[in-house]
Design a protein around this ligand. Structure first.
Ligand code: SF4
Ligand code: SF4
Length: 450
C-alpha cells in the first residue's frame, strides 16, 4: 500500500500510537471520504482569510450533477436537479472538465492536489470520462502530485471499473448504511427495489481488485437504535477498518421549483423529515459504539468521529470539518460550473458564482465565503460558548444549527443533546488516551485498562 494514501489527519499508526502530519506538505491524507467534506490535509479548522496563500482548498466536483441510479429516501442531493431544470443534460462537458482541472491545480498553494468526484452518483459517467480527467490532470500538473477520490453507491461497479480505480489509485467511498435490513430501509432504486445486494457486490469487487475504500454510513431514525449490529457489521462482515457515519437530519420546506428540503436559512419551526435521527438517538448510538470500540478496537478500527474527538482532546486539527473551529475551505461545484459554499449548502443563497465567470481562488476569497467559514465560530450560541465541550465540538456543523439553546437563542445545533451526552461519556477515556500520548505511549493501551 502506498505509504501516503491511508493516513488520517490524526490516526492510529500500526503500533497504536497517534500521529498528526496534517501540515506536512509531503504527506497527503486521503481520508476525506471519512468526513463530510474534503479535508485531506486536516486543515479545515484554519481561518480562511489568513491562510489562502498556503492552505489547500477542495472543490467537490459533480460530473453528473444530481443524477443517480438510486432514489434513496433521505438523499439531500437528488433534488438539486430542480435548480437546473432548464438545462437538458446534467453532465459536465469536456470543456468544463478541462477548465476546472487547469484552474483547480493552478490555484492550489501546495504540491499535492486532491480531486474529489461526487454525485448524485459519480459512476453515472463512464470510465472514459475519468480517464479524460486523469489525462488532463497530467497535462496541467506541472510537477504536482495529484490524487483522486470518488464517492459512490457502488451498485454500478464492474470489474472494468474496479480495475481502473485500482490502477489509478482512487480512494473510493462507499455509501452503505449497515446490514441489509438497515440499508434497504431507505436506500432503494427508483422503482423501490432494495439495493443492498448490489452494494455488497460492488464492495466485493473493490476488495477483489485491491481498491482502497471507506464506508460512509448514514445514521437515521431506524438504524440508530441498533448501534452494535450496525458497527459489528462493518468490522466483522465487511472487514472495513475505515468507517464514517453521518447523522441524517433534514427539515421539510417545499419550494416552488420542486425542492422540498430546507437550508439552515429556512424558518426555525419547520417540520423534521421522518427519517431524521433524534438528538437522543444520536448520543446513545455514539456512546454504545464507543464502548465497544474502546474495549477492543482502538488502533484497529478507524472511526472518524472518535479519531476527530481525540484530535481535539489533544489539541491538534481534527480530520473532519464538522468538529473544526471554523470551516470554509471545501466548496462544491455543479456539473455546469456553479460553485457553492459547501456540499451541504447547495442552495441559491449560498452560490458564489460560476467558474466561467470567476476564478476559483476569487470565489474562495469572497467575503461571503470567508464569513461562512468564520461564522462557525463567531455565530455560536451562548450555550455553546459556555459549554465544557466547546473545544471538542465547536458547535458542530452549521447546517444543523436550527434549534434553540437553553437560553432561548436561535441557531443552536439540533443534535447538541446527543453530542453533549457523547462528549461527557467519552471524556474519561479521552483524558486517559491523551495522557498515554503525553507519556509517549500508544492510546491503544487503554484497551488493557477498561
Ligand atoms: S458547513 Fe462547514 S462544517 Fe458543515 S459540512 Fe460544510 S464545511 Fe463542514
Ligand atoms: S455540545 Fe452542544 S452546547 Fe456544547 S459546543 Fe456542541 S452544540 Fe454547543
Amino acid at each position: 500500500m502506498d505509504e501516503k494514501t491511508r493516513r488520517p489527519a490524526l490516526g492510529h499508526k500500526a503500533d497504536g500510537s497517534l500521529h498528526n502530519e496534517a501540515r506536512s506538505d509531503n504527506s497527503l491524507e486521503r481520508g476525506f471520504l471519512r468526513s463530510s467534506t474534503a479535508d485531506p490535509f486536516g486543515l479545515l479548522g484554519e481561518p480562511v482569510s489568513a491562510d489562502i496563500a498556503r492552505v489547500p482548498f477542495y472543490v467537490m466536483a459533480k460530473p453528473a450533477g444530481a443524477l443517480c441510479n438510486l432514489a434513496c429516501e433521505y438523499c439531500y442531493y437528488t433534488e438539486k436537479k430542480h435548480l437546473y431544470a432548464q438545462t437538458p443534460h446534467h453532465v459536465m462537458s469536456d470543456a468544463l472538465l478541462e477548465r476546472f482541472t487547469r484552474d483547480y491545480i493552478q490555484a492550489q498553494p501546495t504540491p499535492n492536489v486532491l480531486f474529489t468526484w461526487h454525485g448524485g452518483e459519480a459512476l453515472m459517467r463512464p470510465v472514459s470520462f475519468y480517464q479524460k480527467a486523469l489525462d488532463l490532470q497530467r497535462k496541467y500538473a506541472e510537477g504536482r502530485h495529484i490524487d483522486n477520490a470518488l464517492q459512490t453507491n457502488a451498485t454500478l461497479l464492474t470489474d472494468e471499473w474496479a480495475e481502473f480505480l485500482a490502477k489509478n489509485h482512487f480512494l473510493v467511498g462507499v455509501s452503505i448504511d449497515g446490514p441489509q435490513e438497515f440499508h434497504d430501509e431507505y436506500r432503494k432504486s427508483r422503482t423501490g427495489r432494495p439495493s443492498f445486494m448490489q452494494v455488497l457486490r460492488g464492495i466485493r469487487l473493490l476488495q477483489k481488485h485491491g481498491v482502497e475504500w471507506n464506508a460512509l454510513a448514514v445514521v437515521n431514525d431506524y438504524n440508530a437504535d441498533y448501534p452494535l449490529d450496525f458497527y459489528r457489521f462493518f468490522r466483522d462482515e465487511l472487514s472495513g477498518p475505515f468507517l464514517q457515519f453521518t447523522p441524517v437530519v433534514e427539515r421539510i420546506e417545499p419550494h416552488s421549483d420542486g425542492r422540498h428540503l430546507a437550508s439552515v436559512a429556512g424558518g426555525t419551526h419547520l417540520q423534521l423529515a421522518p427519517f431524521s435521527v433524534s438528538p437522543g438517538q444520536w448520543g446513545d448510538f455514539l456512546c454504545a459504539i464507543f464502548d465497544e470500540w474502546v474495549r477492543r478496537d482502538v488502533g484497529k478500527m478507524f472511526v472518524q468521529l472518535f479519531d476527530a474527538t481525540l484530535a481535539n482532546w489533544v489539541g491538534v486539527m481534527p480530520g473532519v470539518c464538522t468538529l473544526a473551529e471554523t470551516c470554509g475551505h471545501a466548496l462544491a461545484m455543479e456539473f455546469q460550473g456553479d460553485v457553492y459554499c459547501c456540499d451541504h449548502f447547495v442552495f441559491p443563497e449560498y452560490k458564489l458564482g460560476n467558474i466561467y465567470e470567476r476564478p476559483l481562488v476569487e470565489m474562495l476569497q469572497d467575503e461571503r465565503q470567508r464569513q461562512f467559514g468564520l461564522d462557525k465560530r463567531e455565530a455560536l450560541t451562548r450555550e455553546c460558548r459556555e459549554c465544557d465541550y466547546l473545544f471538542a465540538c465547536h458547535g458542530e456543523c452549521p447546517r444543523l444549527r436550527f434549534a434553540t439553546d437553553s437560553y432561548g437563542n436561535q441557531r443552536h445545533n439540533y443534535l447538541c443533546r446527543g453530542y453533549k451526552k457523547f462528549f461527557a461519556h467519552v471524556a474519561p477515556y479521552m483524558d486517559r488516551m491523551k495522557k498515554l500520548l503525553q507519556e509517549g505511549r500508544a492510546p491503544a493501551e487503554i484497551m488493557h485498562e477498561v
